[in-house]
Design a protein around this ligand. Structure first.
Ligand SMILES: [Zn+2]
Length: 276
């Protein structure tokens, strides 16, 4: 879900398709909505001199989009060697089985139910397809199975729905948990501070060139929302829907169902920490 506030960093124009870094290029899926912004970003990642490409998040089950991703890979003289998922939400993962069928590739994900083939993905795994190096970074919180992928050669991180190119994301309670999400943001911050990551390649919205600024903004936003929820509860707004109507009054109503999940996650966090 999104808020109106602008993010730090300079989004590279309004057109997402084709943007990225030296090793990563985006193919935008045709599924725009208030929840998916311009649509899902399917990322193709490859070493410049390699004939093999890795595809991250094939996106929705849209035959035209899946074939466009394959054609984009083949135009560069490559073939798809592996498919990865940042998490299991349908707008990222629904097309994965069909994409695997079209490309003859395995699908690797944290959640065993999403995998096709023998290999999963766990924290600390390093993908080395065609000389490419992608480090698996666990970033639960948006969902329990959310992963990010660190692309050190481009000083970039692919964040799925953990950080978006515009606005802020939702914590999809009960699967997503706020404490996990805050830990994940701090893990991403340490990538920017200790490992020199400066580019965010998000699951939706434009590329961000100030990764640390984006993480700091997300942490500040979550702290602000949590304080607002705490105050709302203290003022007698007891149910999640009452809190949403009070705290998210400035947010488009089509996003209130998503906001309610985030509020449930925040209420759980406040209760667990003895704050309400
Ligand atoms: Zn998602």
């Amino acid at each position: 879900m999104t808020d109106a506030a602008a993010l730090p960093g300079q989004p590279r124009g309004g057109v997402i398709d084709g943007t990225g870094t030296t090793r990563a290029v985006c193919v935008l899926a045709p599924n725009p909505s208030p929840m998916t912004l311009d649509g899902t970003n399917t990322w193709i990642v490859a070493e410049p001199d390699s004939s093999l490409a890795v595809v991250i998040d094939p996106g929705p089950l849209d035959e035209g989009h899946l074939r466009k991703v394959i054609a984009t890979v083949e135009r560069t003289g490559r073939r798809v060697a592996l498919t990865l998922l940042t998490h299991g939400h349908a707008d990222h993962a629904e097309g994965a089985a069909r994409f695997a069928e079209l490309t003859g590739t395995a699908v690797r994900a944290l959640d065993p139910a999403l995998r096709l083939g023998d290999e999963g993905l766990t924290a600390g795994d390093v993908i080395t397809t065609g000389g490419l190096e992608l480090r698996v970074v666990p970033t639960p919180g948006h969902t329990a199975d959310s992963l990010s992928f660190h692309l050190p050669a481009d000083a970039a991180v692919l964040t799925g729905d953990t950080i978006l190119g515009r606005g802020t994301t939702m914590v999809a309670h009960p699967d997503g948990r706020l404490g996990d999400y805050l830990d994940s943001l701090r893990r991403l911050r340490s990538l920017t501070v200790d490992d020199g990551v400066h580019t965010v390649l998000p699951g939706h919205g434009p590329v961000l060139d100030d990764a640390q600024g984006a993480v700091e903004y997300y942490l500040a936003h979550r702290a602000k929302r949590l304080a607002q929820v705490e105050t709302a509860v203290e003022n007698g707004h007891r149910t999640a829907s009452e809190v949403v109507a009070h705290v998210y009054a400035d947010v488009d109503r089509t996003l209130w169902p998503a906001a309610e999940l985030s509020v449930r996650a925040q209420l759980e966090y406040l209760e667990e920490h003895g704050l309400v």
